[in-house]
Write a protein that binds this ligand. Structure first.
Ligand code: PAF
Length: 280
């Protein structure tokens, strides 16, 4: 496995691979790798000649400086994990390598990035679009792999690729969960023992909601989910939206859309966790 830290070195590696006609599977990450990331890499390994992983904590997607400062950084362990699943190239650039000049691009994804995370973390998806578009132009992947836990991010990246005609297949991979149902996230490492014990209530509530959808209106379901999670004093729901899974616009009746997703963001102490459930 090669570790590359400059865009120049990366581009020269990619040039050689492309010349040989090899397919490239790309997993962009911010490090603090967990089993969810490793599943993305394993899937990329199965379907491509070469697997490239980037590890870069992208400052432009953090609207909260404390969140950026506290984001877990575990580079040496991350590299070992990448090696263990057969990654070929790890790209670990500095901020200056990715942004030699400030990135002033402003993306507009219509309503997709205005709701949920977009509403509560202003500028977040603009930063994601900035970094992902840069990484795509450097890595030139055949396919790129994203987890469904970040449901809205996936929708925004699909829109990015569509709107800008970027030639890459976006592959969505299922959310990987701990045995107690908690969606895997780098942020789980930041939870205290007490908070960690409370956190599985998020997925437990979402799965229960999925099971008795027929018995509640959308409005009743939203109220119920928020109440269930907030009943634990460690947790406070920031939002729970029930939306059209394609447009991410909120629905008021289950029949308003063919595909319906429920997305939640929960503040657990200082740690913000997200999860989602497909209702239909
Ligand atoms: O999902 C993430 O870890 C990040 O948002 C991504 C896609 C690596 C961009 O920084």
């Amino acid at each position: 496995m090669k570790t590359v830290t400059t865009t120049k070195a990366l581009q020269s590696e990619i040039y050689k691979l492309k010349e040989q006609g090899l397919s490239i599977g790309f997993v962009p990450t911010m490090g603090a790798l967990h089993k969810g990331h490793l599943e993305l890499m394993k899937t990329a390994r199965t379907n491509n000649d070469i697997v490239v992983v980037s590890i870069f904590v992208n400052p432009t997607q953090f609207n909260n400086p404390n969140d950026l400062r506290n984001y877990p950084r575990t580079l040496e362990e991350d590299k070992m994990k990448c090696e263990s699943v057969g990654v070929d190239i790890v790209f670990v650039p500095s901020v200056e390598e990715v942004y030699p000049t400030p990135d002033n691009r402003v993306f507009d994804f219509g309503n997709l990035d205005k709701v949920m995370e977009g509403e509560h973390r202003p500028g977040h998806f603009n930063g994601v679009a900035q970094v992902v578009s840069k990484l795509f132009s450097l890595v030139k992947p055949t396919r790129s792999y994203f987890g469904q836990k970040d449901f809205q991010q996936l929708a925004v990246i699909r829109a990015l690729v569509h709107d800008f005609g970027i030639d890459v297949d976006i592959v969505a991979c299922p959310t990987v969960r701990e045995d107690d149902g908690l969606a895997m996230s780098s942020r789980n490492d930041l939870l205290s023992a007490k908070q960690r014990a409370s956190a599985p209530l998020i997925s437990k509530t979402l799965f229960a909601a999925q099971n008795f959808k027929a018995q509640k209106t959308v409005k009743e379901m939203i109220t119920w989910v928020i109440k269930e999670i907030n009943a634990d004093s460690e947790m406070e729901v920031e939002y729970f939206d029930v939306s059209n899974a394609q447009t991410l616009q909120p629905i008021t009746d289950w029949s308003d859309a063919d595909e319906v997703v429920g997305c939640v963001a929960v503040q657990v102490g200082n740690v913000r966790l997200i999860d989602n459930v497909i209702f239909k």
